[in-house]
Design a protein around this ligand. Sequence first.
Ligand code: PLP
Ligand code: COI
Length: 343
Amino acid sequence: MEKKDIDWGNLGFSYIQTDQRYVSNYKDGAWDEGVMTTDGNVVINECAGVLQYSQSCFEGLKAYTTEDGRIVTFRPDLNAERMEQSAVRLQMPVFPKERFLEAVDKVVAANAAYVPPYGSGATLYLRPYMFGSDAVIGVKPADEYQFRLFATPVGPYFKGGAKPITIRVCDYDRAAPHGTGHIKAGLNYAMSLYAITEAHAQGFDENMYLDAATRTKVEETGGANFLFVTKDNKVVTPKSNSILPSITRRSLMVVAREYLGLEAEEREVYFDEVKDFAECGLCGTAAVISPVGKIVDHGKEICLPSGMEKMGPVTRKLYDTLTGIQMGRIQAPEGWIREIKIG
Ligand code: PLP
Ligand code: COI
């Protein structure tokens, strides 16, 4: 299979239309059998539930070319499960896990020419999503839904890739204590657009959200969980019911303990402790692990000892091990890698 003529090494994180996507519709209480289509446009009623009341959720995962030339995805079963939890919380029908996995396989296989080559630094980002598609005017769940899954080749989420970024402590809240922060609802991201635009205008790369109830604890950023490293090399990640349970973060906790022999702890992290950490990173599918060099709290700077030039040593080991597993250089734990059959 011949790869597309794309400058893989210079891709950013933006949408490039690929050839095929998967679509399935839900009507009269059941999902149809689903089809692959070349049509990247969606036509829905002007009063569709998603357009009026934002009834939508999504996922994000990647396909990788391994060192020995296979194409694989990383823990797609966990994306299927998280999408199920998002759907339940948003009063949407569940798209069955086996069907989700089949859609992932089909879309990757059909767009194999867009899976970036091994070593290019790029990957094929997969975006499954679901929305209320029939007309709703009173506030209630839609009766009809569409599940879609498309693919787009991407490079690093933050320009500069592994260069440390600068973030600010944000005055806006991302998620309420008993709200929707723990699911991947589109509305959580609409909420964050004002804050991220303001952060960018002030020269910051991202926002650090604090817990909405007390504003004393670290939650997450708009699109990634936090990882900290203590001065005695312990990995610490915030525990909260209002952050997204990142698959990357859950995997990194296993990597830290079982591959690197480090202590790894999920617990409440008070903002007051942040100045004492040795390293900080943002972890997620898009972010992979993006090192944080500086955190600014209303003009007060916290400069991580790892500096602004490169990843700290523990972050680097976590990054190398995780990406090594994803690209087939390091043996993965049982069930983490799903190989896609091409052709
Ligand atoms: N937190 C938020 C708000 C996100 O949007 C994401 C991205 O999916 C993550 C964390 C990281 O989650 P994952 O590692 O499953 O991609
Ligand atoms: C992902 O990492 O897959 C996400 O959905 C985060 C988003 C900010 C791109």
